[in-house]
Design a protein around this ligand. Structure first.
Ligand code: HEM
Ligand code: HEM
Length: 184
C-alpha cells in the first residue's frame, strides 16, 4: 500500500489520519461526558488535562490532514446515483467542520472559564477569549451539543459505509479499511 492515495484506493497516510482521528474523537467525547460527573479531586484535574491535550492533538492532526489532503489525490467516487455522491461529500464536509469546531469550542470554553491550558505538560497555550462566565455557559452547551450532533451525523456516515459494503458490495469501505484493498 502506498503512502499516497490513488484513483481507486486511499493511501496509508489518509487512512492513518481518518482512523486515528475517529478513535481519538470518539474516546475523547465519551471521556468528556464521564469526567464531568467526577467529584473534585487531583485525579479529576489530571483527567481534564488529558481530555484537553487529546482534543488539541485532534486539532493539530486536523491541520496536518488538510495540508496532506491538498497535495494528495482522492479516489474517484464509486459508481452510484449522483445524489448519493453529493450527500456523501456534504456529510464529509460537515464532519470536517465538526472535527475542527469540537476542539475550538473546548478551547473557547476553557478560556472563558479562565482555566489554564497545557499541552501534555510540555508547554502552555494562551486563552483565546477573556474570562466571561455567561458566555462560558453558551460555549459549554455548544461544545457538548456538537459532540451529540457528531454522533448523529456518524449514524449516516457509518450507515452509508455499511450499506455500500453489505448491500452494494462495492469498494467504498474496503478502500478506507486499514488493510483493505479494492476487490476488482
Ligand atoms: C469520529 C468518527 C469519524 C469521522 C470524524 C470521520 C470522518 C470522515 C471524513 C471527513 C471523511 C472524508 C475523507 C476525505 O474526503 O478527505 C471520511 C471518509 C470515510 N469514512 Fe469516516 N469518519 C469517522 C468514522 C468512520 C467509521 C466508524 C467508518 C466505518 C465504519 C468510516 C468510514 C469511512 C469511509 C469508508 C470513508 C471513505 C469514503 C469514500 O471513499 O468515499 N468513518 N470519514
Ligand atoms: C476531539 C475533541 C473534543 C471532544 C470530542 C470533546 C468532547 C467533550 C464532551 C462530550 C464533553 C462533556 C460535556 C459535558 O457533559 O459537560 C467535554 C467537556 C469538556 N471539554 Fe471537551 N472535547 C474535545 C476537545 C476539548 C478541548 C481541546 C478542550 C480545551 C482546550 C476541551 C475542554 C473541555 C472541558 C473543560 C470540559 C468540561 C466541561 C465541564 O466542566 O463540564 N475539550 N468535551
Amino acid at each position: 500500500m502506498s503512502l499516497r492515495s490513488t484513483d481507486r484506493q486511499w493511501g496509508s497516510v489518509a487512512k492513518f489520519f481518518h482512523w486515528i482521528m475517529a478513535l481519538a474523537i470518539l474516546v475523547n467525547g465519551v471521556w468528556g461526558l464521564l469526567m464531568s460527573d467526577m467529584t473534585p479531586s487531583m485525579t479529576k484535574i489530571s483527567v481534564y488535562a488529558w481530555h484537553k491535550s487529546i482534543g488539541l492533538t485532534v486539532l493539530a492532526l486536523f491541520l496536518l490532514r488538510l495540508v496532506w489532503r491538498a497535495f494528495d489525490r482522492r479516489p474517484q467516487d464509486e459508481p452510484g446515483p449522483h445524489w448519493q455522491q453529493l450527500a456523501a461529500h456534504a456529510v464529509h464536509g460537515v464532519l470536517y467542520l465538526m472535527i475542527v469546531a469540537l476542539p475550538l469550542t473546548g478551547w473557547w470554553f476553557n478560556s472563558l472559564r479562565g482555566f489554564p491550558l497545557q499541552f501534555f505538560k510540555l508547554f502552555n497555550l494562551p486563552a483565546i477569549a477573556a474570562k466571561n462566565e455567561d458566555l462560558a455557559k453558551v460555549a459549554h452547551e455548544a461544545h457538548e451539543l456538537l459532540f451529540w450532533a457528531l454522533l448523529l451525523v456518524l449514524v449516516a456516515h457509518v450507515g452509508a459505509a455499511i450499506k455500500h459494503h453489505v448491500f452494494d458490495n462495492d469498494n467504498v469501505l474496503r478502500r478506507m479499511l486499514p488493510f483493505g484493498r479494492p476487490r476488482n
